[in-house]
Structures are given as C-alpha cells and as structure tokens.
Design a binder for this molecule. Structure first.
Ligand code: SME
Length: 171
C-alpha cells in the first residue's frame, strides 16, 4: 500500500536526488487547482529539506491575487508550512518583493545583510526566493527560510527554478 504521505519520505537520498524527487512528485501529484498543488509542494519542500538536515523554518509561496489587488502591486500569502507569516508584501519590498520586482532569484546567505529584509520570524538567518512567471509576468514566488546562515546554494537555486517552471506550466 502506498500512502500519499510516502511522497514526504526522502531519507537516504542525496541533495540532488531529494530535489529531483520534489520535481518528480510534483508531476505525479499535480491537479488543476493551484492551491492544492502549492499546498502539497510546501509539505514536500518542508519534509524533504528536513530529511537533508537543512533546518528550514518556512517553506511556501506568495502570489499575486488579482481578485483582491487591482494594481498588482502586492504579493499575498499563499500555501506554506511553518509559523504564521505576514499576509502581504509590496512588490519591491523585502526579499520576496525584490524577487517579484526583478523577476530574479534572490539567494540570501545572511538576511541581516539584505537591505529591507522583512523578518516574519526572528529565527530566520538565510533565505532563497525564486520567481514563478506566467507569460513573462510575475505570478508568484517560492520562499524558503533557514535557521542557519548559508542555508541554500546554487544547487537549490537550480532545482527550485526548475520547480518554478513546472508550476508555471501547470497554471
Ligand atoms: N523574509 C521575507 C518575508 C516573508 S517570510 O520570510 C515568510 C521577505 O523579506 O520578503
């Protein structure tokens, strides 16, 4: 018997294998509903990173919600795992808003050195934020926080950017 929860079990895999597992699981689990998809992805990211011993304290998403945001100048909180977080982020503000504004991944080894970083949790030491584009416009971001400095590197960037592409194709 295979349970859905088994997708969260990546014990014994290397970092590359673990991140590839997230990509493969997304292809298997994805539905037509983006809330469903991002909910399962935030869980997959949470458990996969923890199984690697990387102390992520937040794994989730912010998206542009056109229904409540006429000017498209804000990101709103979307599915995540971790502690309660800020509900809205202006485009251009913080790490997420900078990612949305530039449409470029923000790899932040030390959040205290990132001008304007928005601290939702004082325990966060490093962060990576990856843009999700739809028709070359920002649709949302993937946001991962870590309780240690230098929590993320170019390998995370590579696989999370592939994940952002898969999410984009599923929209
Ligand atoms: N640190 C982010 C805010 C979101 S939380 O990390 C969940 C930022 O500076 O945009």
């Amino acid at each position: 018997m295979v349970y859905h929860a088994d997708y969260s079990n990546t014990k014994g895999l290397t970092k590359e294998e673990t991140l590839q597992h997230i990509l493969d699981s997304f292809e298997t689990l994805k539905t037509k509903n983006w809330v469903t998809n991002l909910s399962n992805l935030s869980s997959l990211l949470w458990h996969s990173y923890h199984s690697l011993g990387i102390k992520v304290n937040w794994t989730g998403f912010y998206t542009i919600d056109e229904s409540i945001n006429n000017n498209n100048n804000e990101l709103v909180l979307a599915p995540f795992q971790g502690k309660v977080a800020c509900q809205t982020i202006k485009i251009g503000n913080g790490v997420c808003g900078t990612c949305a504004f530039t449409k470029l991944t923000q790899l932040v080894p030390n959040v205290e050195e990132f001008p304007g970083h928005i601290a939702c949790d004082g325990d966060t030491k490093s962060e990576i934020v990856v843009p999700i584009l739809k028709n070359n416009k920002i649709w949302g971001v993937i946001d991962l926080d870590c309780e240690e400095l230098n929590g993320f590197d170019e390998i995370d960037q590579l696989y999370l950017e592939k994940l952002a592409e898969s999410i984009s194709k599923s929209l």
